[in-house]
Design a protein. Structure first.
Ligand code: ACO
Length: 335
């Protein structure tokens, strides 16, 4: 094979059975269904309740399903990246643990942490290894047990997040096929760290009585500045990747946005002139599942996707990190 691109050749998602509804949250904190729906678009989320399970168990379920569905043996996988903001532990990393749980042996494996932009960061990284000719069967999995870092007494964050995982298979295709990961704009701004963080348990504030008493092992978010930066960041990244490739909104078949807030998604779609019918939105069912949102959308919409469709994937998250990836879909859905 001559020059290649990395094409998504399969996608699979997994969500836990347990549902946490807005009505359930009304019993836990001072909130109400109307506020949550109008401010965020979320109606319910899934929570991983099985004792002793973690993000790697979510990820392993998605990857196992992906391998079965695409007829790929674990031995064939030569590279696996896991994007997560909720690693099982500080180390070993979650990609290694998922690989072991699904029987992937001797593969290059590592984890990326870019909060809600983690899946795009991992996808672009994996695509570059494929384009370089180093790896041929690559799994990119987003897995987050957000319920493990959410304070269910804090109404400003506990309504937002859910647990899920989803994975894609990447394989090389000749550039003449004109499919795969085509281009990307990825950015970061570390000064945004004051608005969205989890500060306990790392090397700055190792776990102690103080970190636990202060609830530093939970997510902290100052919602308004994050909202503003998210709309601006995603719109600019989408605009840039489209402009430099000569793409107009009418050329785009699907926009696949990170699902943090329905109002953010609508604002970005509006600024970009994308009709909402061509924007994948499932936040009402799952909330913000961090690294899983984008592949979970691809999984749910897979049967509607056609070879050659232009997709713009876009995300914004803690860091700040954000970006947009242009993907040309490589197969007819349902096949
Ligand atoms: N129920 C009822 N009232 C509430 C709730 C609740 N669950 N939460 C907050 N309120 C109140 C606040 O106390 C405040 O009351 P006040 O005006 O009396 O002070 C009022 O509602 C408005 O609060 P805001 O925080 O200003 O509400 P906002 O409209 O900004 O919505 C939200 C909050 C949903 C968090 C929004 O700011 C948001 O979506 N931000 C961006 C999220 C995001 O994109 N994150 C990045 C990805 S996440 C990651 O990387 C891990």
């Amino acid at each position: 094979m001559g020059k290649v691109r990395a094409a998504i050749t399969g996608v699979h998602g997994w969500v836990p059975e347990d549902v946490l509804t807005n009505a359930d949250l009304e019993k836990m904190v001072d909130t109400n269904d109307e506020w949550i729906r109008t401010r965020t678009g979320i109606q319910e989320r899934r929570i991983l309740k099985e004792p002793g399970t973690a993000s790697s168990d979510l990820g392993a379920r998605a990857v196992r399903g992906l391998l079965e569905k695409t007829g790929t043996s674990p031995d064939e996988v030569d590279f696996i990246i896991c994007a997560t903001a909720t690693p099982d532990m500080m180390f070993p990393d979650t990609a290694n643990i998922i690989a072991d749980k699904v029987g992937i042996k001797n593969a290059f494996a590592f984890e990326v942490n870019a909060a809600c932009s983690g899946f795009l960061t991992a996808l672009l990284t994996a695509a570059k290894y494929v384009e370089a000719g180093m790896y041929k069967k690559v799994v990119v999995v987003g897995a987050d047990k957000m319920s493990s870092i959410v304070d269910y007494t804090d109404r400003s964050t506990c309504i937002l997040f859910g647990d899920a995982s989803a994975a894609v298979l990447l394989e090389p295709v000749p550039v003449e096929e004109n499919t795969g990961v085509m281009d990307a704009v990825m950015r970061s701004d570390g000064s945004g760290r004051e608005y969205l963080y989890l500060k306990g348990g790392g090397s700055l504030h190792p776990a102690s009585h103080e970190t636990v008493d202060n609830k530093w092992h939970y997510i902290y978010q100052d919602g308004r500045p994050v909202f503003k930066a998210a709309v601006q960041g995603m719109a600019e990244a989408v605009q840039e990747v489209m402009a430099r490739n000569g793409l107009k909104p009418s050329d785009i078949d699907w926009v696949v946005p990170h699902q943090a807030n329905r109002r953010i998604i609508e604002a970005v779609a509006n600024m970009m002139d994308f009709p909402l019918e061509r924007v994948m939105i499932n936040i009402h069912k799952y909330g913000n599942t961090t690294t899983a949102t984008i592949p979970l959308c691809l999984w749910e919409w897979e049967s509607q996707l056609r070879k050659g469709d232009n997709l713009i994937l876009t995300a914004f998250g803690g860091g700040f990190t954000w970006g947009a990836v242009w993907v040309k879909w490589a197969y007819d859905g349902g096949k």
